[in-house]
Write a protein that binds this ligand. Structure first.
Ligand SMILES: Cc1cc2nc3c(=O)[nH]c(=O)nc-3n(C[C@H](O)[C@H](O)[C@H](O)COP(=O)(O)OP(=O)(O)OC[C@H]3O[C@@H](n4cnc5c(N)ncnc54)[C@H](O)[C@@H]3O)c2cc1C
Length: 398
């Protein structure tokens, strides 16, 4: 696509954003009830869907097909207009779709992809109490019984399980082979008998994620995705869907709304009339953060473009995730410092956003979440060392 076509696309998205991004969403979503949050998210998803912007990364036949350069423009414009994020549908449109497209039967794809567009919600049921970083140690067991698998076990840290219709579930189908070779991947209906979901209350007051207890849950064999005992490889693909474009969106948002809040905070006069930004050290740190943000956005764009060209290195996504999560922490930490004591009094932040709300204490506490899911920072460093830099491998069992 030529530069002028891309500029025209940007204009179209800008006009759409001006007409559709709800101006007051940060106010109305602050202190929103669960029901208000879900209704708002569903409505916003359908608005984006109507114009093809909800799933631009999907194949054309399923309602996507927007080329990568336009997708980059789309996320830049949504961030620039401070649009709400599709937090509720996140797992459905990224993880579930990537898994179905990679390994789903035609029937599975036809059943679920259009339903996701109609609002079906998904949760990722991978982690267990003793299987997070060492995911292959999972113990939830599935045994074949006639036309079903019968599943018993426990999942934890399952984001959005309280809202989900379906679950991407990993379970052990063969306990007698090396641990990565005995795991299968299922599509589990969250309304099946034997499932109990318990939300976990977090330090921010939200219940972003849940425990899921599974007691003799029957999953039809037709809901196995990929081959039995071959779930591990597919799970790696699902996790890969967390990176790339989703990182680009987050980086753009941090560089837009996130940085804007920080600058505003630095310009606010304190009790004696002095503004933090007039302090040379503060101004210097602000400038450094802006440079780091530009670096993050460039890294993300590069990752997405190389992903499209099939040229992503084995540690590239880890570099971006590590850099994003640590920059987010430095920014929110700085926000807490600049806003001082009054900032400690802000105890509510809007739902439907990211980790940047301008409620600095909550943003800082929330920023720690990002250094854990999808592989903690320590694990990312190990990947960068071993696979990116070719350093000796971590001793097994360490
Ligand atoms: C906000 C959030 C959302 C999440 N959403 C989901 C979800 O939707 N679905 C889901 O299945 N899971 C989800 N998770 C779980 C997440 O994937 C796991 O928490 C993560 O993989 C880490 O596992 P763990 O909590 O068991 O920690 P552990 O593996 O016990 O690790 C504890 C600490 O030890 C370090 N460590 C462990 N092994 C090594 C090693 N070999 N070398 C160096 N350091 C090591 C870790 O880096 C970490 O700092 C979510 C977590 C969070 C915080």
């Amino acid at each position: 696509m030529s530069g002028s076509d891309l500029a025209e696309f940007r204009d179209t998205v800008r006009r759409w954003c001006r007409a559709h991004v709800p101006a007051e969403w940060r106010t109305t979503q602050t202190g929103a009830t669960d029901a208000e949050f879900v209704a708002f998210q569903r409505d916003w998803f359908q608005q984006l869907r109507a114009t093809g912007y909800a799933v631009p990364h999907w194949p054309r036949e399923y309602g996507g097909g927007i080329p990568i350069p336009e997708q980059i423009v789309l996320y830049q414009e949504l961030a620039a207009h401070d649009a709400p994020r599709l937090v509720l549908a996140f797992v459905a449109i990224h993880h579930a779709a990537a898994t179905l497209l990679a390994a789903g039967t035609d029937e599975q794809k036809q059943r679920h992809l259009p339903a996701i567009l109609d609002g079906e919600l998904w949760v990722q049921g991978f982690s267990e109490p003793d299987a997070g970083s060492d995911l292959a140690a999972l113990r939830t067991a599935a045994r074949r019984d006639g036309g079903d698998y019968v599943v018993t076990g426990q999942k934890v840290w399952a984001s959005g399980a309280q809202y989900a219709d379906w679950c991407l579930l990993l379970a052990r189908t063969d306990p007698d082979v090396p641990k990565r070779k005995g795991i299968s991947y299922f599509l589990m209906d969250m309304r099946s008998p034997g499932i109990e979901v318990r939300p976990i209350r977090q330090a921010t007051g939200e219940s972003h994620f849940c425990e899921i207890f599974l007691d003799e849950v029957r999953i039809p064999a037709a809901n196995l995705i990929g081959a039995e005992n071959r779930g591990w490889q597919l799970a790696q693909q699902t996790l890969g869907a967390e990176r790339g474009l989703t990182m680009l969106e987050l980086a753009e948002r941090l560089g837009n709304a996130g940085f804007r809040w920080l600058v505003e905070e630095c310009r606010k006069p304190g009790p004696l009339g002095q503004r933090p930004v007039d302090d040379a050290q503060i101004a210097d740190r602000l400038a450094r953060l802006e440079i780091e943000l530009a670096g993050l956005r460039a890294l993300c764009r590069d990752l997405v473009e190389r992903h499209d060209a099939g040229a992503v290195g084995p540690a590239d996504a880890s570099v971006v995730k590590l850099y994003y999560s640590e920059l987010l922490q430095r920014m929110t930490d700085f926000g807490v410092e600049v806003c001082g004591l009054p900032g400690q009094a802000v105890l509510r932040k809007p739902m439907s956003g990211g980790w940047e709300s301008g409620a600095w204490v909550l943003d800082f506490v929330g920023s720690w979440e990002w250094t854990v899911p999808g592989g903690s920072s320590e694990i990312q460093r190990t990947i960068i060392g071993e696979r990116g830099l070719g350093l000796p491998r971590e001793p097994a069992g360490a």
